[in-house]
Structures are given as structure tokens and as C-alpha cells.
Design a protein around this ligand. Structure first.
Ligand SMILES: C[S@@+](CC[C@H](N)C(=O)[O-])C[C@H]1O[C@@H](n2cnc3c(N)ncnc32)[C@H](O)[C@@H]1O
Length: 392
């Protein structure tokens, strides 16, 4: 493909990503996969160049542009070398006119600026767009540090006991330690949240928003094999992805429960007042994961944020009814917005006098509004807020 044809393909892929973001459809990565499946003529260099244009536009503009062309025209205003590619050639973009729509604005949508947790200032905000590292978690039931160091001598040990960092691009998923369940890919921040969950060695655990089981597996790896762990989620597809991961790590003490949205309690009724630990790794806007998913900004609207906050508050309430006296509830979001983090914890504690906040001592993170804040800038993790609460 010519450079102009690659730019036109980037415009078309951006169009698809913009529509998916507007309609809460497939993720940018999945949209791109489908796009390239339908364009087999694009070779690997073409695909790389197209993706580079697309992700440069996504990173640059916080607000969802009107169209793929508006996004690339906006980019071209700052990268003049792109302007020459609007050459009207048969597969290239039409020549630029004076009346072009042009994406503009900052990398962070203006309406979001004031919503971040107080410590998320200039440097912290810039770091939200850093390149995300490749972190892995050792499964102490199957391996030790030697396993990792002999597979990858260049590995860097991280402050959490089982956390390691590999050079970006390391082929982990084809490795022996991965295939035999000795390691999992997991951001250091998620590892810290799991560590906050296991401090009291619970015997009956519900991971209420387990997704594909990232934290469930972390819990199983660090708790004794006679711990009963239930992984629940409303998303059948995600939940089903736990099974092969459990097999790989030889974990036998995890059951899964598929929940119905808005009727979660029906499937969880028998757990009322029973759990030593409930983890609510709540659905959120993902503002802490922009390093990996910058396109999430294009999905955000004040209305969607509000709906997410309401869902989180409802799940927090629901989860609290499942905890036994003396048991704990860990609430976590991969977001750095107050409404999803500190506000939720503070409101919960105000409305539930029979609960108290437990300060968890971890090597990373900083205390913030009845919880802990983890950030790319200070901790090198994805951005998280989490709180550990105890039922009196
Ligand atoms: C942040 S993700 C969980 C990530 C997962 N815990 C991990 O460590 O990989 C949030 C999850 O909440 C689930 N979810 C959304 N609405 C829910 C609900 N009403 N009840 C339970 N889970 C829900 C989503 O399907 C998603 O898997």
C-alpha cells in the first residue's frame, strides 16, 4: 500500500472505532482485528503503519472526533508531513479543502479535568498516556523466583512479593512458565489489590465482578487450597475464560456463578452474611487504563459516567449484605475519578455505621479518601482506587 492509501485506511478504521465508541460497541482492538480480516491485502508493515496513525489520533484527542477524517485532519495540523498524503490518489484521501472538519482539544476531555482525584495533577495526568509495561505475577504454588529468572534473565523484580516486569514485547504466552500456570500476566496494581484481599486469610471468598478471573486466580494462588472461592460476573463470555486459566494453574477450589444484570441477588441469596471476603472489582470508566485503552475516552459521556457510578454504588451495597460479621469487602476500580473511587467509599461508610475502613500496609500506593490510590506516575501501575472495609 502507498503511504496515502495507508492514511486513507486509517481514516476508515477510525470511522469504525468512532461508531463503536459512540454506540458502546466492540473495543478498538477488536474493531481493528475485524477491519484487517476484511483487508487481507494489507501486509504487516501496512497494518503497523495504519495502526500507528490510528493510535496517534486516539491518543491525541480526548473528545471523540466527528469522523476518522476529522481526526486525521486534526493530526495533520500538528504533523505537516501528513498533509502531503491527502493527494487525491486512487486509494488515498481526497485533497484537503478549506472547509474541513478538524478534531481539536486536549488529550483529556475538558469536562473530565475537575473530576480526577486531587493528586492527579499535571505529571500524573501526562503519565496516564505512558506506554504500559508488561507485568507478570508468579504463582507461588507452582514456582519460585528461580523459575522466572531462568526463563527471562532480564526480568525485573517489582515491589509486590510475586510481581515481575518484563521488557515490552516479550513473548510470554508461548512460554513454558505461562503454559504450565507458573505465571500470569497481571498489572502490578491488580496484584496490590489481591494482596489487600488476602491479609486476613479469608476462608470463603466471593469475587463478585470476576471477569475473566485475573484477580480470582491471584486470590487462589495466595490462599490455601481449602478456601472456597466463588467467581461471579454478568458476562458469560468473560466468565467462561476463567476455566482454561484455572486448569493451567491446577486450581480446583474456584466455582463460577453467572449473574443476571439487576437480579444479581437471586443467584447470591444463599451467600447473605456468609462471606469472609467479597471483592467488588467494579465495572468502571477505566480512566486508569488509558495507557492500554486510550480509546475509552471516546466512550465517556457525563451520562455514562453517572450510570456507571450508580451501578457501582448498587453493587457495593449488594456486596455488603453478603459479608459475615468481621469479614471484609474490598472495592476497587481501575479509575482515578473521585466519583468512582473516594466518593463511593466515603458515602458507603456514612450510610453504613456498622462498617469501618481498614488501612492496608502495602509497598506501593498512597492513602487517599478512605482508600488507596495507585497511579502510573507514582507506582508504575495502571491507575486504581481501592478500599478495604470491615463489617463490625
Ligand atoms: C473491572 S472488570 C473485572 C476484572 C476482573 N476482576 C479481573 O481482575 O480481571 C469489571 C467486571 O464487572 C462485570 N460486571 C458488570 N456489571 C456487573 C454486575 N451487575 N454484576 C457483576 N459483575 C458485573 C463486567 O462484566 C466486568 O467483567
Amino acid at each position: 500500500m502507498t503511504p496515502s492509501a495507508r492514511l486513507q485506511a486509517a481514516i476508515e478504521l477510525l470511522d469504525d472505532i468512532i461508531v463503536a465508541a459512540r454506540d458502546n460497541g466492540a473495543s478498538g482492538d477488536n474493531v481493528a482485528k475485524k477491519f484487517f480480516r476484511a483487508r487481507r491485502y494489507a501486509g504487516s508493515k501496512d497494518r503497523r503503519a495504519i495502526r500507528e496513525h490510528v493510535y496517534a489520533a486516539i491518543r491525541r484527542f480526548g473528545d471523540r472526533p466527528e469522523s476518522g477524517r476529522a481526526a486525521i485532519v486534526g493530526l495533520a495540523a500538528e504533523q505537516p508531513e501528513l498533509k502531503a498524503l491527502f493527494d487525491g490518489s486512487s486509494y488515498g484521501p481526497a485533497v484537503l479543502t478549506d472547509q474541513e472538519q478538524q478534531a481539536s482539544g486536549e488529550a483529556i476531555p475538558a469536562w473530565l479535568h475537575s473530576q480526577f482525584a486531587t493528586p492527579i495533577d499535571g505529571d500524573e495526568q501526562t503519565a496516564l498516556f505512558d506506554r504500559a509495561p508488561l507485568d507478570i505475577r508468579l504463582n507461588p504454588k507452582k514456582a519460585d523466583a528461580d523459575t522466572i529468572e531462568s526463563a527471562w534473565p532480564e526480568v525485573e523484580a517489582l515491589p509486590m512479593p510475586y510481581g515481575y516486569r518484563l521488557p515490552t514485547g516479550t513473548s510470554v504466552e508461548n512460554s513454558e512458565p505461562y503454559n504450565s500456570g507458573k505465571i500470569e500476566i497481571q498489572d502490578l496494581g491488580s496484584q496490590a489489590i489481591v494482596a489487600a484481599c488476602v491479609t486476613k486469610k479469608p476462608k470463603f471468598v466471593l469475587d463478585m465482578c470476576a471477569g475473566a478471573g485475573g484477580k480470582t486466580l491471584g486470590l487462589a494462588a495466595q490462599l490455601s487450597d481449602d478456601t472456597r472461592i466463588i467467581a461471579a460476573d454478568t458476562d458469560r463470555g468473560r466468565l467462561s475464560r476463567i476455566e482454561p486459566r484455572l486448569r493451567r494453574s491446577s486450581t480446583r477450589n474456584v466455582e463460577t456463578i453467572l449473574l443476571s444484570p439487576n437480579k444479581e441477588i437471586e443467584a447470591l441469596e444463599t451467600l447473605k452474611g456468609q462471606c469472609d471476603l467479597v471483592l467488588v472489582d467494579a465495572p468502571c470508566t477505566g480512566t486508569g487504563t488509558w495507557r492500554r485503552n486510550p480509546e475509552l475516552r471516546w466512550r465517556m459521556t457525563p451520562k455514562r459516567l453517572d450510570q456507571t457510578v450508580q451501578l457501582q454504588a448498587r453493587l457495593l451495597d449488594l456486596a455488603s449484605a453478603l459479608v459475615a460479621p468481621g469479614g471484609r469487602l474490598v472495592y476497587a476500580v481501575c479509575s482515578l475519578l473521585d466519583a468512582e473511587g473516594g466518593d463511593q467509599a466515603v458515602t458507603f461508610l456514612k450510610n453504613h455505621p456498622d462498617w469501618r475502613y481498614i488501612e492496608v500496609d502495602l509497598p506501593i500506593g498512597r492513602p487517599y479518601r478512605k482508600g488507596t490510590l495507585l497511579t502510573p506516575y507514582q507506582d508504575g501501575t495502571d491507575g486504581f482506587y481501592f478500599t478495604c472495609l470491615e463489617k463490625l
